[in-house]
Every structure is written in C-alpha cells, then in structure tokens.
Design a binder for this molecule. Structure first.
Ligand code: CP
Length: 308
C-alpha cells in the first residue's frame, strides 16, 4: 500500500503526493500524536544531511527518530566531512547510503534532493532545496490546519510575504490545491508567487487573488500563513533592503479577523509577526513547529516500512 502512495518511497516534491497520500500521512501523524500508533524504529538509522542552516527541520527529524527508538546522524554544514577535501556529492551520498536506512537532505541548490534520490537506493526526503520545495513543511502545515479547523476542504488561505523565494509556500500551495482552497497571495510585486505555481493552480481550477496589502482580506481568512523575506536568496542585497519589513503583522492588523482564524509561520521569523501577537488566540506557529515532530515520525516510519 505504501509504495502505491509514495512514488519510489521518496518525498521530493508535493507533486509526488496525491490527496490519498497526504491524508494517509496526516492520519498517521494524528495516530502517533494521540498514542494510538507507536512505530518501532529500533535498529534504523536516519542520516540528516543539512548543507544549509536549520533549527526546526533538523532537530524535529532527529527528535522524531529518537522518539521512535531509532538513531539519527546529523550533519550540519560540510566543514567536518570529506566534502571539504573535494569529495563529490554523488560519492558522499553513495557512502552515507551504506550507513543509513533513510536520507533527509537540505541544500541551497534546487533539484539536489531529486538528484540524491537518483544516486541512492534508500528513501530520500527533501528537507528544502533552494527556493524550490519544502514538502515535509507543507505536510506538517496541512496537519496543523486539519487540527485547527477540523478539515482541509474549502478554506480561505492567505499566503503573506516572500512568495517568490519562500519554498514553503510553493509546496503548501500545491498541497492545498487538492482540497479546493481559495487563495489570497499577498506580497510585494517583486516577490509574487512564481508563474509555474499559478499556472498549475489555474489548470487545477483553483481560485487565487494577488494583492499587495493584507488588511482588506484579513476578515475573509481562515488561515494567515506568514513568511520571512528570504534575505539569503536575493542576488542584489539592495533589493532586500528595499523589501524587508514589507509586512509586519501586529494586533491591529488582525483586529477584524474571524475568531477561528489562525496565524501560521514556518519560522524562523525576523520581524514579520510582532511578539505581541504570540499571546493572541490566533497565534499557532509554535504549536505548528511541534506538529513537525509527529508528521516527521509518520514520514520516517512509513518510508522505511516500519509502518505499512
Ligand atoms: N521551517 C523551517 O524549515 O525551519 P528551519 O529552517 O529552522 O528548519
């Protein structure tokens, strides 16, 4: 059953997953969180290869393995590996494959996770490749929305901030497209959602509206998904200087929000959500980060065959 839902047992892009695969992961994460399912990963080893910085993704994958009785080997940067001596990416992957049951990889270059999945025979999970995709974040976002609203269907979702370089919103837009959302894309002109994502949504009959200001749509939203302006992806630092601070969500911004509206953010935040919002009933972003552990337990246990 698992192979049919997860093409080649990798998770590289949300395009690899259909609604039944996403629902299966969400149900599995819920069963793990509620204690109805306790996957046994004893004897299994995950290699977590982080060529780019991370807090939540790297530590939540490590926590997920350890909570299931497995082991995790975490690489943060290449400085202490033989990559620093000139070893190729392919040789590095082929070696780590011999020591592991699953590889989780984050890299600044788009397509690196896909390449890794073509080099090795064990499952590969994309933990973020450049400005392209971050599918495990999208999956934990779906799980978070399901928990807050009881459903993923027919919701009004505002994606706010850097929709051009923010990989989490690319994956999330594609994931939610299976659940008939109505999207509001709120960004500066320079940071609009890429054309290929919008074309895919249009082809799937999904309605979206593009705006530069957030206040007019706040009362409509079920979910406000805020993102950081991705400083590290700008070719010209002057462009970043012009756009930083474009949106700062404070208590005034959300004063007309529905009572049930929740604010999500993949984190880290810089200044796009004021700290005063953290104690609001709308704030959900730290619970969202916790949900990452349950979803990553589901991903690791399903892809390695510990859960069928
Ligand atoms: N959300 C997310 O990917 O956070 P990290 O960069 O800290 O892993």
């Amino acid at each position: 059953m698992t192979d049919a839902k997860f093409k080649n047992r990798h998770i590289i892009s949300m395009r690899d997953l259909d609604r039944s695969g996403m629902d299966y992961l969400i149900e599995t994460a819920a069963a793990i969180e509620e204690g109805r399912l306790q996957p046994d990963m004893k004897g299994k080893i995950a290699s977590l290869l982080f060529f780019e910085p991370s807090t939540r993704t790297s530590f939540s994958f490590e926590s997920a393995m350890k909570r299931m009785g497995g082991e995790a080997m975490l690489m943060k940067g290449t400085g202490s590996t033989s990559v620093a001596k000139g070893e190729s990416f392919a040789d590095t992957l082929r070696t780590i494959e011999r020591y592991s049951d699953i590889i989780v990889i984050r890299h600044a270059v788009e397509g690196t996770a896909r390449l890794a999945s073509e080099v090795v025979k064990i499952p590969v999970v994309n933990a973020g490749d450049g400005a392209n995709q971050h599918p495990t974040q999208a999956l934990l976002d779906l799980y978070s929305i399901k928990k807050t609203h009881g459903t993923l269907d027919n919701l009004k979702i505002g994606l706010v901030g850097d929709l051009r370089f923010g990989r989490t919103v690319h994956s999330l837009a594609q994931a939610l497209a299976s659940y008939n959302p109505e999207f509001y894309f709120i960004s500066p002109g320079f940071l609009e959602m890429p054309e290929h994502i919008k074309a895919n949504l249009t082809a799937r009959g999904i309605k979206y509206t593009e705006l530069h200001e957030i206040e007019p749509v706040v009362p409509e939203l079920d979910i406000m998904y805020v993102t950081r302006i991705q400083k590290e992806r700008f070719a010209d630092p002057e462009d970043y200087e012009k756009l930083k601070g474009s949106y700062i969500i404070d208590l005034k911004t959300i004063e007309n929000a529905k009572e049930s509206m929740k604010i999500l953010h993949p984190l880290p935040r810089v200044d796009e959500i004021a700290v005063e919002v953290d104690s609001s009933p709308h704030a959900y972003y730290f619970d969202q980060a916790e949900n990452g552990v349950y979803m990553r337990q589901a991903i690791l246990s399903i892809l390695t065959g510990a859960v069928k």
